[in-house]
Design a protein around this ligand. Structure first.
Ligand code: C5P
Length: 222
């Protein structure tokens, strides 16, 4: 079965108070995006990588590929208005429905081989794999009346890579966009699929705020 990895890196990143999107910020001297690509090239020797970039940063993405990887297994496409649209555009490059498709945020530099392997095994068995970790904070739900506590043991925090069989993800993404589509799991569910959860990884953080770069830097020394 063919393997594809879509890396949505199409965001222009306004939460970091920085003109440079977070996937291009440097982490130990290399762009955050470099680590996302490297994890998959190393973990999946036969996977095709589809890198989705903002139009204005295609040249920056090409520089990363030229400097570190080469184009044999990586293709660049230009992203869309939201993450959903960027993934939808990336999926147009998938040539074979009979495939495993991973989607991994460019801003998560620490997807371990073990995590990628767990997702792959789960997809082969059940068709979907969505990594989650425990919620360690107390959790409250906003309601019409105010707010109420929820049992945090009943809450999971969702990560990427999210992996699906092509026969699920390709038709699922033909749906019209809704604001709640923040990941592949929400799209697959809207298509009527129950997604399967796998154990995520505490280190697989998403670089979202300036402090996350400092946290990520600290992982290189621990
Ligand atoms: O927006 P969010 O923080 O959820 O972004 C998750 C990933 O989706 C990031 O890697 C970002 O670059 C990507 N993205 C995209 N196209 C957009 C918006 C976000 O590929 N239009």
């Amino acid at each position: 079965m063919r393997k594809y990895v879509i890396i949505p890196a199409g965001g222009s990143g306004n939460r970091m108070n920085n003109a440079l999107p977070k996937q291009f910020m440097l982490l130990k001297g290399k762009p955050v995006l470099y680590y996302a690509i490297k994890s998959f090239l190393e973990a999946l020797h036969d996977a095709h990588i589809i890198l989705v970039l903002p139009e204005e940063h295609v040249a920056a993405g090409q520089e990363i590929i030229d400097a570190f990887f080469g184009y044999e297994r990586i293709k660049i496409v230009i992203g869309g208005r939201t993450r959903f649209h960027s993934v939808q555009i990336g999926l147009e490059e998938v040539e074979d429905e009979d495939s495993v498709i991973f989607v991994h945020d460019a801003v998560r530099p620490f997807a371990s081989h073990a995590l990628i392997e767990r997702c792959f095994k789960e997809v082969c068995q059940t068709g979907s794999a969505v990594p989650v970790i425990e919620c360690r904070d107390s959790v409250r739900l906003l309601t019409a009346e105010g707010n109420e506590a929820i049992d945090r043991k009943m809450v999971k925090l969702v990560q990427t890579p999210q992996a699906f069989h092509g026969k699920i993800l390709l038709p699922a993404y033909r749906i019209d966009y809704k604001d709640k589509f923040t990941d592949e799991a929400t799209v697959a569910e809207a298509f009527g699929i129950r997604v399967n959860l796998v154990e995520g990884d505490e280190k697989n953080i998403k670089i979202t705020r300036p402090a996350d770069i400092l946290i990520a830097e600290s992982f290189f020394t621990t």
